[in-house]
Design a protein around this ligand. Structure first.
Ligand code: PLP
Length: 228
């Protein structure tokens, strides 16, 4: 199975580049994050061998289990993209390089304390997850409260706020995601935040057209998760 990962990575990179060119953007501005939740450490290694350097995982405990099996992967960056409970903040900053899902002052405070304990002067890169649809199940902070959370995170000495992340409601039609992506871009611009983590297997091309700097792709690289 993993020999096809190389082909999929090539194909996804070509689609990212094509979408970037359509929007008059430089494809080098876009980081491919391979989402490896549910898949074994061997999937991470296969993607690494195919040139991928950014990986997304949803659960602290799952990644903790896989990590010892990974071996050395120089230059690899691991992003936490799933909801984080405050009581796991400490472990999260120890094993992840980027936390994309800050969505409360309480969590930001815990992450800041945990980052301070990592090593002197450490600044952990974080993004704020924004909830742009009123669905109950989605985590993230509502746009009305974003300004005050940004202000708080910017005041955290051990966190570096780099951007915003979102996950639109699921739809088979990628065009349904476009207004959400556009809204996230406008919010990021309003607060002068450079990074936008948005777009998944279904809708990453639309996300790139709307300004994504990080796309998070699982299924299109590794196949359906039930089969894992
Ligand atoms: C699972 C997941 C993805 C990847 O989704 P695919 O549809 O498999 O590409 C991206 N972002 C988040 C937050 C996820 O939980």
């Amino acid at each position: 199975m993993w020999e096809t990962i190389q082909q999929k990575v090539t194909e996804i990179r070509e689609r990212i580049s094509a979408a970037a060119r359509r929007a008059g953007r430089n494809p080098d501005e876009i980081t491919l994050i391979a989402v490896t939740k549910v898949f074994p450490a061997s999937a991470i290694r296969a993607a690494y061998e195919a040139g991928v350097r950014h990986f997304g995982e949803n659960y602290v405990q799952e990644f903790e289990r896989k990590r010892p099996e990974l071996g050395e992967l120089p230059g690899a960056q691991f992003h936490l993209i799933g909801h984080l409970q405050s009581n796991k903040a400490r472990r999260a900053v120890q094993i992840f390089d980027v936390i994309q899902t800050v969505d409360s002052v309480r969590l930001a405070r815990r992450l800041d304390e945990a980052a301070a304990a990592l090593k002197p002067g450490a600044r952990v890169p974080v993004m704020i997850e924004v909830k742009l649809s009123p669905e109950e199940t989605k985590s993230g902070i509502p746009p009305e409260e974003l300004g005050s959370l940004i202000e708080f995170v910017r005041g955290c000495a051990h966190l570096e706020l780099t951007g915003l992340m979102t996950m639109p409601p699921f739809s088979d039609d990628p065009e349904h995601s476009r207004p959400y992506f556009r809204r996230l871009r406008e919010l990021a611009a309003a607060f002068a935040l450079p990074q936008l983590s948005m777009g998944m297997s279904q809708d990453f091309e639309v996300a790139v057209e709307e300004g994504a700097t990080h796309v998070r792709i699982g299924t299109a690289l590794f196949g359906p998760r039930e089969a894992a």
